[in-house]
Write a protein that binds this ligand. Structure first.
Ligand SMILES: [Zn+2]
Length: 153
């Protein structure tokens, strides 16, 4: 926002030296909101307005993101190490995976006599730390169904 009389920027917006013909009494102009203010009181009220505050925050975020440095080799190395640590701390162990595969196989054995042609596979094991068991059922000639159980394998 700027003061036309004193040509002083107020808040974090750029200076403009042109008065609006549509708003000849306007002494202040908010570029962020494209909003003209006749008095300082209106100007201050506008700055406190939710819309202006929200737009100002959005502009700050955009400015911050624009000036972030591009990722480099150190960033990639750090992310690689973070993923490896997370996998080792929270990921499924080979025994966890085998236990889940055993449950899926057992479930398939139980269901095959009742539903001929059914297949049971593990699905979405990405939530490794979750105690959920996710299985996908496929009956020949039909769409797949997913089962998510709260019970751990
Ligand atoms: Zn504004």
């Amino acid at each position: 926002m700027i003061c036309f009389s004193h040509r002083v920027p107020i808040a974090h917006l750029q200076l403009s030296f042109q008065r609006s013909q549509k708003f000849p009494k306007a002494q202040y102009y908010c570029r962020l909101c494209d909003y003209h203010c006749d008095t300082l009181t209106i100007c201050i009220s506008h700055i406190k307005d939710d819309r202006h505050s929200r737009l100002a925050r959005m502009q700050e975020v955009e400015t911050t993101l624009y000036h972030l440095p591009k990722p480099n080799r150190q960033h990639l190395d750090y992310l690689d190490n973070l993923l490896a640590r997370t996998q080792s701390e929270l990921g499924l162990t080979p025994q966890d995976i085998q236990d889940r595969m055993d449950v899926a196989a057992l479930l398939g054995d139980v269901l095959k006599p009742v539903i001929p042609g059914i297949g049971v596979d593990l699905s979405d094991q990405s939530c490794a730390s979750s105690p959920r068991f996710n299985a996908s059922f496929q009956v020949a000639g039909s769409a797949s169904m997913d089962l998510v159980s709260a019970a751990s394998a």
